[in-house]
Design a protein around this ligand. Structure first.
Ligand code: C2O
Ligand code: CU
Length: 526
């Protein structure tokens, strides 16, 4: 552990205060209600909003597909992209893209993605929301070393002090196998390297992964050009156009973590959608399915539409959550989306006169971050899509008085000092298992928090049972793999792990918290 002096401890605490004051223009009585993070302002001029066209990330083609299996190859490499108009930005990208290419997998198809690391640093690939065997789940010490790095570099950062030695390390390339035995859903894949996930995702290592199935396609939800990913990331840019991030070690090789006052989380002032700043999309006056993914390191969004639909009514019909379709559509005035959560919503632009400009707003943002993108309704069309009253069969997980309960407390500090974040008072140790849940046994997991912590569990999704003394909140419906904990909140979920025995993790998906040890490992047992 790094020694933290009393002075640093005080600065850390003040840094957090500064962070939580973000968003208040003075006199805000409860400054911590929105974000646990600190704004890193760009030092390059920001582009005018809604001037860059909306794009959909390219769909990756398999190199082989036969007999219910397919194979993909992805190269992790540096690339220079034009993200801000007229500026050059270096990214670390899957195939050199930000976001990476989208993989579309039919349910039940076995997909092998072979990643080639042509970067200069170790990586780990995790399929977020995937029901994945342990060997392919991207355990944070299962490193993929660059082809050119000297062999023998196993870990850096915290693992030096915790003695983590159990990672399965590959060099150059590594296959990740996904069974896709799970409902159609919007997933995403991203870097998960121990201690350095925050900066590596910030620099570009994230992409979409969609699971489809026929039952879903038969519902006649908006499809084709009217089924669009909306992958939202906030970023900050330096004067030279590069991505700014307050790493202690900008090479990302030895010392993990970020400078004060960013240890509570890093927020940017540029909102990217599918890698473009505040884009604009021309839409038909018809229904669209928007697959909202919050791929930001630490920022929470509360999304609305301005103006609202002509004649009133809720602007969003939520049809899906992290784990796939809801049982029935849910009308939502706003969507609150914490890091790593997904919301599939249908928006009916048929409810607007042609010519209307509709802004996807962010009520939690201030200044440049109070909007995400804009739609311009350009033509009236026949719309054959619909949103049926029944979407999918959702089996509720049954709990009983003797259902095992596990507690997971997410707090700042612990033995590492205020720059660290811990679960049940303990910093992450990749070689220590904190629980041994039995496969096929439903458990209740009780998460509690001091500040905002988006809690994510690998392997199997969960259902929210309670928020505090109430039932599930309005954004808790369906199968979830990430749940937004607000300050001093307790959330109980029912979870049942299936199929795969091995070691997995749960952690905070504020990536600055994750990198500063807010992870815990568990081993599922048959
Ligand atoms: Cu999206 Cu363990 O992460
Ligand atoms: Cu956290």
């Amino acid at each position: 552990m790094r020694a933290i002096s009393r002075r640093a401890a005080l600065t850390g605490a003040l840094g957090l205060l500064g962070g939580t004051l973000l968003g208040s223009t003075g006199g805000c009585a409860n400054p911590s209600r929105d974000q646990t993070a600190q704004l890193l302002a760009s030092t390059t001029p920001l582009p005018e909003r809604f001037t860059v066209p909306f794009v959909v990330p390219p769909v990756k083609q398999p190199v082989a597909r036969a007999g219910g299996a397919s194979a993909y190859e992805i190269v992790q490499r540096r690339a220079v992209l034009e993200i801000l108009p007229g500026r050059q930005t270096e990214v670390l990208g899957y195939d050199g893209l930000l976001p990476g290419p989208t993989i579309v997998a039919p349910r039940g198809e076995q997909v092998t993605v072979t990643h080639h690391n042509e970067l200069y640093l170790p990586t780990v690939v995790h399929l977020h929301g995937g029901h994945t065997a342990a060997a392919s789940d991207g355990y944070p010490t299962d490193l993929l070393l660059p082809a050119t790095s000297p062999t023998g570099r196993r870990h850096s950062g915290h693992a030096h002090t915790t003695g983590g030695t159990s990672g399965v390390v590959a060099q150059g390339s590594r296959p990740y196998v996904y069974g896709n035995n799970q409902p159609a859903a919007t997933l995403w894949y991203h870097d998960h390297r121990m201690d350095f996930t925050g900066p590596q995702v910030w620099r570009g290592l994230a992409g979409l992964y969609l699971i489809t199935n026929e039952a879903e396609q038969d519902l006649c939800l908006p499809a084709g050009d009217r089924d669009l990913p909306v992958m939202i990331m906030d970023r900050a840019f330096a004067a030279d156009g590069s991505l700014a991030y307050p790493s202690l070690d900008p090479r990302l090789l030895e010392t993990p973590g970020v400078r004060d006052p960013y240890t509570a989380g890093v927020l940017g002032d540029v909102i990217l959608v599918n890698g473009r700043p505040w884009p604009e999309l021309e839409v038909d006056a018809a229904r669209y399915r928007l697959r909202i993914v919050n791929a930001s390191n630490a920022r929470r969004y509360r999304l609305g539409l301005s103006p609202g639909p002509t004649g009133g009514g809720a602007p969003f019909l939520q049809v899906g959550s992290d784990g796939g379709l809801l049982a029935a559509p849910l009308a939502q005035d706003e969507i609150l989306v914490a890091p790593a959560e997904r919301f599939d919503v249908v928006v009916d632009f048929g409810a607007y006169p042609v010519g209307t400009e509709v802004v996807l707003t962010n009520v939690l943002g201030l200044g440049s971050t109070d909007a995400v993108m804009r739609f311009r309704v350009v033509r009236s069309v026949r719309d054959e899509s619909r949103v049926p009253e029944h979407l999918a069969r959702l089996e509720p997980l049954q709990t009983a008085p003797d259902t095992p309960v596990r507690e997971w407390r997410f707090t700042r500090g612990g033995a590492g000092g205020p720059a660290h974040w811990v679960i049940n008072g303990r910093a992450f140790d990749p070689d220590r298992m904190d629980a041994w849940p039995r496969l096929d046994q439903t458990e209740i997991w009780r998460f509690s928090s001091d500040l905002h912590h988006p809690v994510h569990v690998h392997l199997s999704p969960f259902q929210v049972l309670r928020r505090g003394s109430d039932g599930p909140g309005r954004w808790d419906a369906g199968w979830k793999d990430t749940v937004d904990l607000t300050p001093t909140e307790t959330v109980e979920v029912a979870i049942r792990f299936t199929d795969h025995a091995g070691r997995f993790m749960l952690h905070c998906h504020n990536l600055e918290h994750e990198d500063m040890m807010m992870m815990a490992a568990f081993e599922t047992v048959a």
